[in-house]
Ligand binder design. Sequence first.
Ligand code: FES
Length: 233
Amino acid sequence: MQIELRVLRYDPERDQKPHEESYRVEAAPMDRVLDLLHRVKYEQDGTLTFRRSCAHGVCGSDAMLVNGRNRLACKIRVDQLGGRKITVAPLPGLPVMKDLVVDMEAFFEKFRSVQPFLVNEGVAPTRERRQSPKDRERFDDTTKCILCAACTSSCPSFWAQPAYVGPAAIVNAHRFIFDTRDEAADQRLEILADKDGVWRCRTIFNCTDACPRGIHITQAILEVSRAIVEQHA
Ligand code: FES
């Protein structure tokens, strides 16, 4: 079938502002939006710019706004979208560098700010640091994050207040705060108790809806909020 692919494009060296361009692409129902973008790039317009790497929903590099919702272009199929017209735009709320490529630096800076790594000053065991399956389960959901930014860039609180640390950083803090092997939970909770931390969340659930990994993000944010309250009780 023929699909009309409408892409919001912007070249800072040529354009005053973003504009939509339309392409007719041959597509099968099981094709992914990433396949269509490749078809345009390889067969119609080599200047079309977007990020992608694994093409299998693992690296998180091709999150974009597809038909008005943040999704991974490599996961969303033509038949899931319905209709013969598909619109594609860069992730909202992040500075556009070119076409579908956004500047992720501020996003990763916030990720780094929550110490997203295991902190343990104790003597390292000769083998692995052991943990019961039950303790591991406590943060299993938040280990799934692939840092695609679909959650943070779908959050109205983030759009209104870009200083907000955002759902993705909180998810990655959660992953270590509730890890029994880690010793820096208190520091992370202090960081997230800031005015631009967890309290900016208005439980709108956009982040949860946008997550391509199905992480219960709003729930994770609430669990971290509760831990902050308990820390100060
Ligand atoms: S290209 Fe890696 S997640 Fe889509």
